[in-house]
Design a protein around this ligand. Structure first.
Ligand SMILES: *[C@@H]1O[C@H](CO)[C@@H](O)[C@H](O)[C@H]1NC(C)=O
Ligand SMILES: *[C@@H]1O[C@H](CO)[C@@H](O)[C@H](O)[C@H]1NC(C)=O
Ligand SMILES: CC(=O)N[C@H]1CO[C@H](CO)[C@@H](O)[C@@H]1O
Length: 363
């Protein structure tokens, strides 16, 4: 059936632009198209429900009988902030998977220590290096875009194209919002968040070229909920979640083979100096546990991993309740942070940025 085309012409003498041609089909055009699009939507939703049921059943099956995921032997992994705490543990665990490792940190001493430990372990385990260096350390401030670009060129030349990028470097900034200085705010945002743009933009082109790669972001449970005296930090973690979630959506159709994983750990006991100021109802978790969750998440290509897992469900569930209910639960399962410069007898820190740019002098 061919629709009739009706062209209305304006009465002569008026300067309006000529109206657009109006397409009309026979009887009740509007209600018919509305009916058709509603029917199409209904069919699509029905199909979505069927597919979702199968996907949920599949997820339940795998939760009962977990698969170990892809083999990482021989992959080149770059970890930022490899010189201390979680980054160090992540580096060691990827090396134990048979990966070649690039350790990046602003702190030369810590970074070299990690490299040395990996080499020692590899020697003991007699792991083959396949003629290329198993591990190498690089000093770089990830908040410095130019330095990150130079790093990408150098690493690619010396070690090869990076398969897995782990954005872990960051600083824990603790201050009451009133006390936050512009320097602390800028530094935290640059290191904990903006750096992700520089590293991803620098390493992604190689991944796109080969149509394979994996980008990991270490966010936090503080990307789901805010924490008092942790506002700047928490804001950067929400931002990281937003970035990764958007990238997932952007890559999902055309760059399916670039995998993304965001890790949301609860508080980790990496920093004895800061822990003194933490009062919490739930036990802290160990870097070791988080690092194995990172490796597992990468192997299984999980988009989001929360450690401990129950916190993810608890926090998602809590959203069904009024804020007053959430508040009283948080009063019982509290996490209170006293900034380091407010701890009795602590003059070690001049401000809330505890490890700030440790090792900057060495650059
Ligand atoms: C990770 O992926 C596996 C399947 O590869 C799945 O069984 C598991 O539930 C996922 N875990 C999370 C936290 O999404
Ligand atoms: C935030 O830190 C201040 C000290 O600067 C402390 O007095 C206060 O109790 C802390 N707030 C919370 C909710 O932990
Ligand atoms: C996303 C990111 O880089 N976050 C880091 C912010 O700082 C903390 C504390 O060092 C790190 O644990 C995070 O990895």
């Amino acid at each position: 059936m061919s629709p009739k085309v009706l062209i209305e012409t304006a009465p002569p003498g008026m300067d309006d632009p000529p109206p657009k041609p109006v397409v009309v089909s026979s009887a009740k055009p509007q209600s018919r198209t509305r009916f058709v699009s509603a029917a199409v939507l209904a069919v699509e939703v029905a199909w979505l429900i069927v597919q979702s049921i199968f996907m949920i059943l599949d997820a339940v099956y795998h939760a009962i009988k977990p698969n170990e995921g892809k083999d990482l032997t021989g992959k080149l992994v770059l970890i930022t902030g490899a010189g201390h705490g979680l980054g160090k543990e992540i580096s060691l665990q990827f090396a134990r998977q048979g990966c070649r490792v690039v350790c990046v940190d602003i702190n030369k001493v810590g970074n070299e220590e990690t490299v040395r430990e990996i080499l020692q372990e590899a020697e003991k385990a007699n792991m083959p290096g396949n003629g290329r260096p198993r591990v190498k350390g690089y000093i770089c401030n990830v908040a410095d875009r130019k330095k990150v670009q130079e790093l990408a060129l150098l690493v690619t030349k010396e070690m090869g194209e990076v398969d897995i990028l782990v954005n872990n470097a960051g600083i824990l900034t603790e201050h009451s919002f009133r006390d936050a200085t512009p320097e602390e705010i800028d530094l935290t945002i640059n290191v904990n968040f903006t750096s992700h743009f520089w590293t991803i933009q620098s390493f992604l082109p190689y991944m796109l070229k080969r149509n394979s790669g994996h980008i990991v972001a270490i966010a936090s449970v503080a990307s789901f909920i805010g924490v008092a005296n942790f506002s700047t930090y928490s804001a950067t973690k929400f931002a990281v979640e937003g970035l990764m979630s958007s990238l997932h959506e952007e890559f999902r159709s055309k760059q399916k083979d670039i995998k993304l994983t965001t890790i949301h750990p609860y508080f980790i006991n990496t920093r004895p100096d800061l822990i003194k100021g933490w009062h919490h109802r739930l036990p802290l978790i160990t870097p070791d546990r988080v690092a194995s969750a990172v490796v597992r998440g990468v192997r299984r290509e999980n988009v989001s991993v929360t450690i401990p897992k129950f916190l993810f469900y608890l926090l998602a569930f809590s959203r069904f309740f009024p804020q007053s209910v959430i508040d009283i639960w948080r009063d019982v399962f509290y996490t209170h942070i006293t900034p380091p410069n407010k701890l009795p007898g602590a003059q070690v820190f001049s401000n809330g940025v505890a490890n700030g740019i440790a090792g900057k002098k060495e650059l």
